[in-house]
Design a protein around this ligand. Structure first.
Ligand code: ADP
Ligand code: MG
Length: 298
């Protein structure tokens, strides 16, 4: 590869709305055969909105929402943003001592009580029927449910015990360009896969709508990395497209890490290539450009 030809490729990449970390990125772009896509913020807009709030018996919906929003004020996750945006402003009480656990949820102290907002899959306590039903309905419809836990006294030793007090459902939209981009990946001979920390129901609903058959859902950020490593050990050259902080490790593991421009600075730093517009079709353009550019200089 001559430097001049690579420079041309890089320059045209910038015109397409792609930032390459270095010219050598074109080489891995050319060899990719599998494209792993994060769901939230990559295939979907990542702009989640609040759909519903359900309170456990004896609790109040508005209070559940206010407590959850106070905690999520400390989160960078689209789920947190949806809950904050859907809650009354200003909130009656702010939270302190925030802890974000990637792929799990967010917690904080509100009015002297520990409150967390977490994935239903991480809740050990049994959910009251009304909450379990709310989770099931949301997930079968392709939405995302989170459980609000609040410390209640009641443990045998007199200590506080986290009790499920409500379920909040949020949903986002599939990007208008995603289905066309995935069809384009297939035309380029790439196998698309959806890899997400979100629940199986939401993942399957999105995958069906955009034309992806291969779905791995409910995975931790660490597991995302392992899934990519397993594909590589079977001889695949893997591109990973992601947006969030929780994708940084997987992006770094991939042969080609692509960060969506709508994502966080951390993901962008981990990506070899940044798609400025957030439009997945640009990824297909980049792969075509890399093949063409390197094809001419071999
Ligand atoms: P994705 O792969 O779709 O980006 P994440 O790994 O970010 O998903 O999150 C996985 C799951 O963890 C979410 O679907 C949600 O259940 C839970 N979760 C993550 N962050 C938060 C948060 N700030 N508040 C509530 N739940 C969260
Ligand atoms: Mg994400």
């Amino acid at each position: 590869a001559t430097p001049t030809a690579l420079m041309v490729g890089t320059g045209r990449g910038a015109q397409l709305g792609i930032l390459l970390k270095g010219p050598e990125v074109l080489e891995s772009t050319r060899r990719v055969d599998t494209i792993v896509l994060d769901k939230t913020g990559t295939v979907t807009t990542g702009e989640m909105t609040l759909s519903s709030v359900t309170a456990a018996p004896g609790y109040d919906e508005q209070q559940v929402l206010a407590a959850a929003a106070a905690v999520e004020a400390g989160s960078e996750h689209p789920i947190g943003a949806a809950i904050v945006a859907g809650a009354p402003n200003p909130l009656p009480e702010k939270a302190t001592d925030f802890v974000a656990e990637q792929g799990v949820g967010m917690s904080g102290t509100v009015g002297g009580r520990r409150v967390s907002v977490v994935s239903p899959s991480k809740v050990e306590a049994d959910l009251p029927d009304v909450l379990a039903d709310a989770v099931a309905a949301a997930e079968s419809g392709g939405a995302t449910a989170v459980v609000v836990l609040a410390d209640e006294t009641g443990a045998p030793d007199g200590k506080a015990l986290p009790a499920p007090v409500g379920v909040i459902v949020v949903a986002d939209r599939i990007k208008e360009t995603s289905a066309a981009a995935i069809a384009e990946f297939r035309r380029l001979g790439l196998t698309p896969m959806l890899l997400t920390g979100d629940n199986e129901g939401a993942a399957r609903a999105v995958a069906a709508e955009v034309g992806i058959d291969d779905v791995t859902a409910g995975v931790s950020p660490q597991r995302k990395l392992e899934v990519i490593a397993e594909l590589q050990s079977r001889g695949h050259v893997v591109a990973m497209v992601g947006d969030g902080i929780n994708d940084a490790a997987a992006l770094a593991q991939a042969d080609l890490g692509l960060a969506m421009g709508t994502g966080t600075d951390v993901a962008m730093a981990a990506g070899d290539l940044t798609v400025v517009s957030g439009d997945l079709r640009v990824v297909a353009d980049a792969i075509r450009l890399a093949r063409r550019t390197l094809g001419t200089i071999k």
